[in-house]
Design a protein around this ligand. Structure first.
Ligand code: KG4
Ligand code: ZN
Length: 334
């Protein structure tokens, strides 16, 4: 089964062609970084306009690279939410119209489910059940995944998402957008033990997260150290280490609690090299296998949306043409 995936929930216009939910025939991502950079973050109105300009060329390119003609497609899947409503509407409406004109099913996909499916686009996917850490710009959650469509949320952030904390700390340090990638790079040449920021575990036996106190601690450090510019790499490394310690602890703890031997990390922050390294090290000690998508599949992409659409269709689900987009989490993933 060949599915065209479409993703426009934030600042990437993406289209991909995926066979049987696992084999990527093409994955095109048109980034809007240059558009939003001068503003220090994503401007929703500009994002929508750029999606509108890019959607047709990006879909054409995805079909061209996959060497697929529209009549070879079996379904079109698009992100329904969560995300920026104006941005979502572009890809979602396009997918509805395109599938209708081709007379094939149209699948409304949850973006977070897409991130979890991204790990199945790699060679060595996790066997069920597994514990998944989803770390993106808007979400930080741990799920216990028992089948292609069954996700039990064990915990989530009570305030900022991990990616959001990276973005805000980058802004505080005057490093700008896109924050996560910049902080990750600066941290690589800093000393993570020079400035120790708090590790916020909340209840150590639970799976909820909180990152706003850590963000405040970094801000306080900046305010009380007028010459902080000389140690930006160490601040970035100290902050990153505090985030990574908590994420790794909670994910491994979830796997132990649920008695499962496999874990996955997905979402934009899963591209962070220290997070990948630390979780691999911690898991190795416990005999737990770690599954992380390649860097291109951590950030937003449409291959993961096509893969999630495939799971839906395989489970007999389909979407109504009357379905609408939504901005916040709103599904069985809650
Ligand atoms: O999944 P994603 O691309 O979009 C959302 O669904 O939100 O995640 C974006 C988030 C941003 O907050 C970005 O700063 C963060 O992922 N990110 C990183 C890195 N690359 C992207 N955070 C830490 N280290 C990175 N290397
Ligand atoms: Zn995402």
């Amino acid at each position: 089964m060949i599915i065209l995936g479409i993703e426009t929930s934030c600042d990437e216009t993406a289209a991909a062609v995926v066979r049987d939910g696992t084999q990527i025939l093409s994955s095109v991502v048109s980034s809007q970084i240059a558009v939003h950079k001068p503003y220090g973050g994503v401007v929703p109105e500009l994002a929508s306009r750029k999606h509108l300009e890019a959607i047709v060329p990006v879909v054409r390119e995805a079909l061209h690279i996959a060497q697929i003609s529209p009549k070879d497609l079996d379904a079109v899947a698009a992100t329904q939410g969560p995300g920026l409503v104006g941005a979502l509407l572009i890809g979602f409406s396009f997918a509805k119209a395109y599938s209708y004109s081709l007379g094939i099913p149209y699948l409304a996909v949850n973006h977070l489910e897409g991130h979890i499916r991204s790990v199945f686009l790699e060679e060595n996917p996790p066997p069920y059940p597994f514990a998944a850490l989803l770390v993106s710009g808007g979400h930080t959650s741990i799920y216990y995944v028992t089948s292609p469509t069954v996700y039990e949320q064990l915990g989530q952030t009570v305030d900022d998402a991990a990616g959001e904390a990276f973005d805000k700390v980058s802004k505080m340090l005057g490093l700008g957008y896109p924050g996560g990638t910049i902080i990750g790079k600066m941290a690589a040449s800093g000393n993570p033990e020079k400035i120790i920021f708090p590790r916020i575990y909340l209840d150590k036996s639970g799976f909820n997260f909180s990152f706003s106190g850590l963000k405040t601690a970094v801000n306080r450090y900046i305010q009380t150290h007028p010459d902080y510019r000389t140690e930006i790499n160490d601040i970035a490394a100290g902050f990153q280490e505090a985030v990574v310690d908590v994420l790794s602890y909670k994910l491994i703890h979830a796997a132990c609690e649920k008695n499962c031997r496999h874990i996955a990390i997905v979402g934009g922050v899963a591209a962070n090299s220290r997070l990948r390294e630390k979780i691999r090290l911690d898991a190795e000690h416990k005999g737990i296998s770690v599954h992380i998508p390649s860097i291109q599949l951590c950030g937003d992409n449409a291959a993961m949306i096509a893969a999630a659409g495939y799971s839906d269709i395989a489970a007999g689900r389909h979407s109504e043409m009357s379905a609408d987009v939504y901005s916040r989490v709103h599904s069985y993933l809650i």
